[in-house]
Structures are given as C-alpha cells and as structure tokens.
Design a protein around this ligand. Structure first.
Ligand code: LLP
Length: 415
C-alpha cells in the first residue's frame, strides 16, 4: 500500500501519524488517503488515455461523499445500483451524463428518479426489467438509453459469493439469449439501445477470465451489428483484483488490463466504459482500531480489538485476508495472535495465528486494504455506533463521517 506505512517508527497515512488522528477521532475509524485514491484512478485514466473511455467508479465500493467528490474532480463518472447511490453520486458532483445504473432489481421509483435526472445509461439485466423501464419512460415521455448486461457464463476464479458471470448467477441476460433481447428492445418506443455490458465478478486476480469474456463480447457486438443494432458503447464492468497479501498476491496492473482490453475491443469503434471499485479505493484505506485486552486462551492468545465484524465484514463474510500491523514498528519481533472483535460470535474474527508486533491494551492496530467494501458494509449490530471515516490529505486530516451518537441510533425506534 503506497501512502501507508511507518515513519520514525509510527504508522502514517500520507504524512499523518494515525495516533495523532486517534486523539481527535476515537477508534475504531476508517482512514483514507486522498493521494492513494487519485493515484489509483489516474492509473486507469492514463492506461486508456488514447481511447474514448469513461471510467464510472463503482460507488458501492466506498460511497462516502468525500471519496466520490475526489473522483468527480478527476473527471470520473459513476456506476450506481440504487436510488441512494445515484443521489450520492449527483450530490458529490458527478454529472448525470456520466452515470450508469446497474443491478438486477431496479424499481419503478428508482427508474423514474434516474430518467428524471437523465442518466447516461441503464444496464438492463432481464426482459421484465426492460419492459418496466420502457413503460416508465413512455409514461414520463422520455427515452431510456440502455445496454444489456450479458452473462457470458465465465468462471472468474474468485470467491463464490462475488462471482457474477456464471450461468447459475442471477446477473445479466444469458449470452445465448442476447440477440432476441436486443430484437425486442428495438421494438420498444421508450428504449434506445446504445451498447452492451458485462461484469463477471470481483477481486479477479488473473487476466484469463477477462480475456474469455472480451472474446465473447467482441463476437456478440459483430452479431448484433449484423442484426442491424447500433452498438456504440461497451461497458466492461469492474472486477480487477488488488494485492491484499503483498507476499502472495499479484494482481494484474491497470496497464496490463488495458492492453488486453484494447487488443480485443479497441478496434470496434466503441466508447469503452469501466466500473472499477475495489481497484480504486481498496488499497486507499485502512481501519484503525485499539487493543482492548490481550487474553491468554488455552490454545492461543487473543488480541481483542475495539473494531468488530459490524464495522468490517470482509474477514467473516468472505474469509478475506487483510494484513494487520501495529501502530508502532515492531522491527520484526512478532508474536502470534488471534485478532478478534467484541461481537458475540466466533465469526467476529479478523485473523487467526497472525504474526504481529507484541501488543498491549491501549495500543493501536491497523487493518490494511480496508478502503473498499469496508465502511459501506458496516452496520450497527450489537447496537454499536456506526464506524466513522477520516480522510487524510497530505499533512492534514478531516473527519468525513462522524460517529453517530446513541440517541440517533436508538431514537430511530418507536417504543
Ligand atoms: N460493477 C458492477 C455491476 C458490480 O456489481 C460491481 C461489484 C462492480 C462494478 C465493482 O467491482 P470491483 O471493481 O469493486 O471488483 N463486498 C464484496 C464485493 C462485492 C462486489 C459487488 N459488485 C467484497 O467485499 O469483496
């Protein structure tokens, strides 16, 4: 992780030691680096600079207004999957003309809101959804620009819970049914077909599955054009993996990915749309937590920290590996810990038998690679207050989402 690491023995985000942040924002908190977000976005933008490209940041990965605004200022568009995300993207300054709307279950109010805001494209995932979008568009006197999301039946080789491009997954139109779907769409008065879309999964660590998908899409574009459809955009979704474990992971770079895309699809005279989420924000953020107790069990030593599965779900939900380090540089003198949170479930475990510098109650520990699918998946389970978020910008930091007080959580209920 660039922009994260030790300086004079203390863990810093850009130029700011996290222990200084913890004096004004109690732990646990997420901490993002503006420079890291910008650098990751620029890697995509530069890799595709010679082609007509729109990068639509997948807002679901991290939807904090500060994060979306940073990307909006860079020229990014947005991929959204709900009215809430669409509202977030618009409020953060992303123009509607750069917003694509994905997801299998767009409801009538959501479709209305998107049409009234004149978004760029709907990525349509089924025939019933096509009909619904058409009827809302006709009722409002509007034309909905669409692409069909195609399910190419390709195994992305990723965790089963985040694989989306296999025939048994709920996503997209089976590729064998694509031509019929486009033919139906061409007859609808409220629909204008613009393109084609895929997204085969997330945290994809090899280029092979992407290549298979690109070949299938290139074939389909040829067939659809031969059928008389105008295809001017190809949306390749997101999914590029990142290195969570620097010792064993080796994700393709944005440049390698771009070279493959352009090799297969560069000659089709289409605008290319991408929906990266994790590869922009994943390694741009960490979760900072404090050790509450060190507990010596009969089989292992538990490092009980104040962050829990409700704050960061990835380890318990996907058995995800996240690097964990102490705030003070241990100089390599490590101890084995089971790193666990306070929630009353054994699943509330961040890591087992993990080597980490010797810790004491009150010390800070940092869970790395937590910028994507971290804060956005947090909940108030166990009536724990929602975890706050902090943004570091070079020498300074600001709290970009404070921790709510108890009244605002409990007060939502009606006794
Ligand atoms: N586009 C669509 C239509 C998606 O469904 C997703 C992610 C993306 C783009 C962005 O994919 P990315 O570039 O971030 O891989 N919570 C899980 C990940 C779920 C991904 C869902 N879809 C996790 O923590 O691993």
């Amino acid at each position: 992780m660039h922009n994260f690491g030790y300086r004079s023995g203390h863990y810093c985000v850009e130029n700011v030691p996290v222990h200084e942040i913890s004096e004004s924002c109690a732990t646990p908190f997420y901490c993002y680096s503006r420079t890291a977000i910008e650098t990751a976005y620029d890697a995509y933008a530069n890799a595709f600079s010679k082609h007509d490209t729109l990068i639509c940041y997948a807002v679901k990965a991290n939807s904090n207004q500060a994060v979306i605004s940073i990307l909006a200022a860079r020229g990014s568009g947005a991929d959204v999957v709900s009215e809430g995300e669409l509202r977030r993207a618009l409020l953060a300054g992303i123009p509607a003309s750069k917003i694509v709307y994905s997801g299998v279950a767009k409801t009538v109010p959501e479709i209305e809101f998107a049409l009234n805001n004149d978004i760029l494209l709907f990525n349509v995932e089924s025939e019933p959804e096509l009909q619904q979008i058409n009827s809302v568009a006709v009722r409002l006197g509007k034309i909905a620009r669409i692409a069909f999301r195609i399910n190419p039946d390709i195994d992305a080789g990723t965790h089963e819970k985040i694989s989306t491009g296999k025939s048994e997954n709920k996503f997209g139109i089976p590729w064998q049914a694509a031509r019929a779907a486009y033919a139906d769409a061409a007859k609808l008065p409220g629909i204008e077909v613009r393109g084609i879309d895929i997204h085969i999964g997330s945290q994809i660590m090899k280029l092979g599955p992407f290549e298979q998908a690109f070949e299938r899409i290139a074939d389909l574009v040829g067939q659809l054009r031969a059928d008389g459809h105008t295809i001017t955009s190809i949306d390749l979704g997101g999914g590029l993996g990142i290195n969570y474990n620097t010792e064993s992971d080796l994700a393709p770079t944005a440049e390698q990915y771009a070279a493959l895309v352009l090799k297969h699809l560069g000659r089709l005279d289409c605008r290319l749309i991408f929906e990266p989420g994790r590869s922009i924000v994943g390694n741009s953020g960490v979760l900072v937590s404090q050790v509450i107790y060190v507990k010596h069990g009969s089989k292992s030593t538990f490092l009980i920290i104040d962050a829990a599965m409700n704050d960061f779900l990835r380890p318990s939900m996907y058995n995800a590996y996240h690097h964990i380090v102490g705030e003070k540089d241990s100089g390599g003198e490590d101890v084995l810990y089971d790193v666990v949170g306070p929630v009353c479930e054994t699943g509330d475990t961040f890591a087992r038998s993990r080597k980490l510098g010797k810790q004491e109650a009150g010390d800070l520990v940092i869970v790395e690679g937590a910028g994507a699918y971290g804060a956005v998946m947090a909940s108030t389970y166990n009536t724990r207050r929602l975890v706050p978020e902090v943004l570091v910008e070079k020498d300074g930091f600001r709290i970009v989402r404070p921790r709510p007080d108890y009244d605002s959580i409990i007060g939502m209920d009606t006794p």
